[in-house]
Ligand binder design. Structure first.
Ligand code: ADP
Length: 490
């Protein structure tokens, strides 16, 4: 078996040194030779030897004194010493220092190898024992840390005064601490539950789902916890190294209510605005029938109609976002993206021709169908491809590719238009956000917000890569749901 241990030799007298070096290398030890005490100190740091052999005199110093000093710095390193003359006094000093052994002439290869092996074996045994002890001590320290009284009472004071619900668990999900707010939320007896597995104590399905969900991907998990009396809380389950886990929970009932009222208001206002606008459009169409109009009147009417159409489109967008964000978009069918893209391109033909845009498509075949809402996916394509054309310069190039990758489909829409400044890229999916470099292009800043909410509702992802002056590429990744779900069923 090859021996890879490195033996560091610090000896005067080239004959002895050579002999030892050869003897050790012959049995596959690695060796390093220190020329003086300075080199010895450096080699000890750099090579981490398995054993150090020092001469009784080395570089003008007493070898045993060198060893005594080094033992302070390297207490687990095995030392051997070589002496020209082994007197009883010398042997006494060696054993007093706790050195592993000594060698004296006549030097035979077997003796050299034998004493080195013996010292190494002993050192390995000590090393193994040390490692075991360290492990045992750290794990007992960890355990003690979990239940240490001082620590516990300090923690208890802190978490008891926190308004949020807090529960601390060990690595096996056994309750270590729980604060009064958490006890009140789940009707727990604060003292009785300590030391019990949390799943024996908590029956609430939302919180149980949070605790038992797969935590390997993300050490921090969020869940909404709904109470029968209508309260809603946001709960987090966080891993704490060397302790276990902490569950924290905050009441978000009022936030939910604010959100609901806001959405309801947007919805109602949008609905209420749409009806009068429909009649404005209706009457503007009737004016023309009431009698002949002069050119200025016709122009004014056209402007009114365009403005009303603009507001109507804005309101429709708001209503769309409202219903998608409220989770009302549940329609799912098997959808062929290539077919949808054809409709989108047909619709945009007028703008493509007017700006002489070169459109290239690269659609993988066969393309797996997606389980999705076709109307919404059409909106995604209309908006993203529509933007690529709208923001492209005349004779620009737009490339659209759709390809499957694993269990998802990737839609990529690139243009060589103005690009999106880096400061805007994080915001273009927000409602009403418009880039700073698009000058006089019309728009509401709602298109990509709608796209994002649709993609989110389909468990997909959307992002953009763009450089100003070079163009933009939008990536949309949508999951292909397992085709074992029967077509037409929700
Ligand atoms: P709108 O186009 O109505 O402004 P969007 O929500 O569709 O609203 O887009 C938001 C912003 O993102 C735009 O105002 C524009 O600044 C930027 N943007 C979107 N697509 C592109 C694109 N293909 N090239 C350059 N900028 C884009």
């Amino acid at each position: 078996m090859p021996k890879k241990d490195l033996i560091l030799l610090a000896l005067d007298g080239s004959h002895t040194l050579k002999l030892m070096d050869r003897a050790l290398q012959a049995v596959n030890y690695e060796t390093a030779i220190a020329a003086d005490t300075k080199a010895l100190s450096r080699l000890l740091q750099e090579t981490m030897p398995a054993l150090l052999m020092v001469g009784e005199r080395f570089d003008g110093h007493d070898g045993l004194e060198i060893i005594a000093e080094l033992l302070e710095r390297f207490p687990t390193l095995p030392f051997l010493v070589y002496t020209e003359k082994a007197t009883p006094e010398f042997a006494k000093r060696v054993f007093k220092l706790g050195i592993n052994g000594y060698l004296a002439p006549p030097l035979r290869t077997d003796d050299i190898v034998g004493i080195v092996e013996g010292a190494l074996k002993h050192a390995h045994r000590v090393g193994d024992w040390l490692r075991r002890e360290v492990k045992r001590t750290t794990s007992s320290l960890k355990k003690r840390a979990q239940i240490s009284e001082a620590e516990r009472s300090r923690l208890e004071t802190v978490i008891n005064s926190i308004h949020d619900n807090v529960m601390i668990l060990d690595e096996d999900n056994v309750i270590l601490l729980v604060n009064p707010a958490m006890c009140a939320s789940f009707g727990l007896d604060g003292q009785a539950v300590i030391g019990k597995p949390v799943l024996d104590v908590i029956q609430h399905p939302d919180l149980r789902a949070l605790i038992t969900s797969n935590h390997s991907d993300d050490p921090l998990q969020y869940h909404e916890v709904n109470f029968p009396d209508g309260r809603v809380a946001s709960a987090q389950y966080t891993a704490i190294p060397e302790i276990g886990y902490v569950i924290t929970m905050q009441d978000i009932t009022y936030l939910k209510e604010v959100d609901r009222v806001r959405n309801e208001m947007v919805h109602t206002v949008s609905h209420d605005l749409r009806s009068p606008l429909t009649s404005v459009i209706g009457y503007t169409e009737l004016i023309a029938r009431a009698g002949p109009l002069n050119e200025s009147q016709k122009d004014f009417l056209k402007r009114i109609q365009e403005s009303v159409q603009h507001i109507t489109a804005l309101i429709n967008d708001l209503l769309d976002i409202g219903s998608i964000e409220a989770g009302l978009d549940t329609r799912r069918e098997w959808v062929q993206l290539d077919g949808l893209l054809r409709y989108t391109l047909d619709m945009l033909q007028g703008q493509i021709k007017a700006k002489q845009i070169k459109v290239q498509t690269e659609i993988a075949s066969p393309l797996p169908p997606l389980r999705a809402n076709p109307v919404r996916l059409r909106q995604v394509l209309d908006n993203v491809v529509g933007n690529a054309i709208k923001y492209s310069n005349r004779e620009g190039e737009v490339k659209i590719s759709i390809r499957p990758e694993g269990d998802q489909v990737i839609i990529q829409v690139s243009d060589n238009g103005p690009g999106i400044p880096i400061q805007d890229q994080a915001h273009i999916f927000d409602k009403f956000y418009r880039g700073r470099n698009i000058n006089d292009q019309e728009g509401t800043g709602l298109g990509l917000a709608i796209v994002k909410s649709i993609v989110d509702a389909h468990q997909g992802r959307i992002w953009v890569e763009s450089n100003v002056g070079q163009g933009s590429t939008f990536f949309i990744v949508l999951p292909i749901q397992s085709p074992t779900i029967p077509v037409g069923k929700k």
